[in-house]
Design a protein around this ligand. Structure first.
Ligand code: ATP
Length: 298
């Protein structure tokens, strides 16, 4: 289990290989299952995010990516398995306690108050997270990291563009850099240039030592920044390991779907239609670790 930052460490970690003498991962997800009422959404999902590492969590629509991010953040209970944050068991703790333990969760379309200005949004977040005395310094840090926000500090949150709102959400976590930031589809619907700015923000946050779990539909984009990847398929891990392997897994899944659509029965046999957007992981099947996804779904 690796804790050192950097691609090599992340690869060793997500492949599940034990690294002698290495320390505790920032986020350790072990055998997580979860359900929405009778509908089982996750099956025995395991992976790690090393301290200071960047892991991409990718998969088609409905694969379970956001469900993983909800479970690790304490927003949805796990029906089985364990979530550890810096070695501490936070499984099924309330979200505010998981946040206090060092986890930040940024979700597309959430976390910006429309009727408050940019600066009021930031002040509120900073006061809540670090107390009144930390506000001035934190504002300086936020505007330094995201000059665009400084230029718009008097503008109401509700009038910001989608990209600016994502930056504001990211800036809020900078006051006390979290141990782990779960960024859930925060580039969704953004123009490519704006996505660049958001990803630049993620990179800056990682440079402060925060480990990132990036939930993303745009495979190419996230694999540029990630050290390693986890591919989900029908609620199960279809692949985990180096980003180059993730691309191969995606291609294999694509091939599987194409064959299924051509009618040779080699691919899509279970679950729902993936309905993937451009660049998303489609189809179904087992990955290099040999674990099939979706069986036993209720
Ligand atoms: P997308 O990329 O489309 O957001 P995802 O990989 O994040 O998809 P999830 O949102 O985790 O997928 O959903 C996993 C499965 O759980 C889907 O089949 C979805 O329909 C189902 N699901 C998600 N939220 C709920 C809910 N609140 N109630 C019932 N089922 C849900």
């Amino acid at each position: 289990m690796s804790a050192a930052a950097g691609p090599a460490a992340a690869v060793a970690s997500t492949t599940g290989g034990a690294v002698a003498g290495a320390s505790v991962p920032a986020l350790d997800v072990v055998g997580i299952s979860a359900a929405y009422g009778p509908y089982r959404a996750l099956f025995d999902v395991s992976f790690e995010v090393p301290a200071g590492g960047i892991v991409a969590l990718i998969g088609s629509n409905g694969a379970g990516k956001s469900t993983v991010s909800r479970v690790v953040s304490g927003l949805l209970p796990a029906s089985a398995g364990t979530v550890r944050l810096d070695g501490a068991d936070v499984t099924n703790r309330p979200a505010f306690k998981v946040a206090r333990a060092g986890m930040a969760h940024v979700v597309e379309g959430r976390g910006v108050f429309a009727s408050l200005t940019v600066e009021e949004n930031l002040k509120l977040a900073f006061r809540q997270r670090a107390g009144r005395r930390a506000v001035a310094e934190s504002l300086g840090r936020a505007y330094e990291a995201f000059p665009l926000l400084g230029a718009r500090k008097g503008q109401y949150g509700g009038t910001l563009s989608g990209g600016e709102q994502r930056l504001l959400s990211l800036a809020k976590v900078l006051v006390v850099p979290p141990r782990v930031l779960v960024a859930d589809e925060i580039s969704l619907g953004l123009a490519p240039l704006v996505t660049d700015v958001v990803y630049d923000g993620l990179r800056r946050i990682n440079e402060t030592g925060t480990a990132l779990l990036i939930v993303e539909q745009q495979v190419d984009r996230v694999l540029e920044i990630a050290h390693s990847a986890v591919v989900l398929e029908h609620g199960s891990v279809a692949f985990r390991g180096p980003t180059s392997g993730a691309l191969q897994a995606v291609e294999r899944l694509l091939g599987s779907r194409e064959r299924a659509e051509a009618g040779d029965g080699a691919g899509e046999q279970r679950g729902r239609s993936p309905g993937g957007r451009d660049g998303a992981v489609p189809g179904s099947g087992a990955g290099p670790d040999g674990r099939a996804g979706g069986e036993g779904r209720t």
